[in-house]
Write a protein that binds this ligand. Structure first.
Ligand SMILES: [Zn+2]
Length: 81
């Protein structure tokens, strides 16, 4: 009987923390208006919807501008050859 009470108690604690986590998670998601992506050329984070997307060797790269993209491509090809 004691064991059963303990089990119910543990389940309640578990449920409580699980709910709390979910609420925190939802709050976090709402807080982020736009996703940030890393610009490898500038070494800075930029907004995903404003970034220029380019796929190189099955990897998606993001850049803040076309100039930045061209600069990265120049450096990238230099490294490869
Ligand atoms: Zn950039």
């Amino acid at each position: 009987m004691r064991f059963l009470i303990l089990l119910v108690f543990l389940l309640l604690i578990y449920w409580y923390f699980f709910k709390k986590k979910q609420i925190l998670f939802n709050k976090k998601r709402k807080g982020i208006v736009s996703e940030l992506v890393f610009d490898k050329n500038c070494q800075t984070y930029i907004k995903k919807e404003e970034a220029i997307k380019l796929e190189i060797e099955n990897e998606i790269h993001y850049f803040c501008s076309k100039e930045c993209l061209n600069e990265y491509l120049k450096n990238h090809s230099k490294l490869q050859s």
